[in-house]
Design a protein around this ligand. Structure first.
Ligand SMILES: CC(C)(COP(=O)(O)OP(=O)(O)OC[C@H]1O[C@@H](n2cnc3c(N)ncnc32)[C@H](O)[C@@H]1OP(=O)(O)O)[C@@H](O)C(=O)NCCC(=O)NCCS
Length: 200
């Protein structure tokens, strides 16, 4: 198993894999000056590797890298000290970190991150390339579209639909639906700007 992205995010995922007794063979990184990370070799091409997790924190960059790779992605991984419902599911390349809770019937897409101590309650739909940052809390029946970042410590009330490639600011309280490309901050959350989002 190789980790694409020799950054802090990659270090955390390496330790999760080790706590699951899964061997990490090395890192891959585009930066030619990084040749070693945490005692593991860093290579600069994915051509010879069998299985990869893209360990880049930025959602857009994670998508760009995942789409250009031609290797197999690891099945979703869950830290042994996370709570993950047996009726929830997780897609390839996704990671659930320590202290996170994912409750009944929730579906997590591919290459997404449920970060430290975040919670995603029952029957949520989390798209691909999403990042639920540390300490963010999603109530039940919430939809989060592709590429969206839910910032650290943000909260989302039940049944809200958050679009694709949105940014929910740290500490925001999202109390109504959020359109694609919107940035929301504050309590209650307000849209402060919007960018256009390409079609799928
Ligand atoms: C919302 C956010 C994306 C804005 O980032 P930015 O575009 O760099 O914006 P700036 O820092 O220039 O701030 C612009 C204004 O928004 C305010 N602001 C920024 N973040 C805010 C937040 N989370 N809540 C309320 N106001 C916020 C700033 O105070 C500033 O106000 P001002 O114009 O009155 O001075 C960012 O601050 C944020 O919260 N990101 C989430 C980060 C995160 O949780 N990452 C997880 C990593 S694991």
């Amino acid at each position: 198993m190789y980790l694409y992205g020799a950054s802090g995010h990659g270090r955390v995922i390496k330790e999760i894999l080790e706590s699951l007794n899964q061997k990490v063979d090395g890192f891959i990184d585009d930066n030619p000056s990084v040749n070693e990370q945490l005692g593991l070799p860093v290579q600069h091409s994915a051509e010879t590797v069998d299985e990869v997790i893209v360990t880049i924190g930025d959602n857009g960059m994670r998508k760009r890298v995942a789409e250009k790779l031609r290797c197999k992605f690891a099945k979703g991984i869950v830290h042994p000290k996370a709570v993950f419902s047996h009726t929830a599911s997780i897609g390839e390349g996704s990671v659930v970190m320590a202290g996170a809770v994912v409750n009944a019937g929730t579906v997590i897409g591919n290459h997404s991150v449920i970060n430290t101590c975040a919670s995603v309650d029952h029957e949520c739909q989390i798209g691909d390339y999403v990042h639920i940052a540390p300490g963010a809390h999603l109530c039940g029946l919430i939809q989060v579209g592709e590429g969206t970042l839910i910032g650290a410590g943000a909260s989302v009330i039940p049944c809200v639909k958050i679009g694709r490639w949105c940014t929910i600011g740290a500490g925001a309280a999202v109390v109504s639906d959020v359109p694609d490309g919107a940035t929301v901050v504050g309590v209650p959350g307000r849209i402060v700007w919007r960018t256009s989002v390409p079609n799928r």
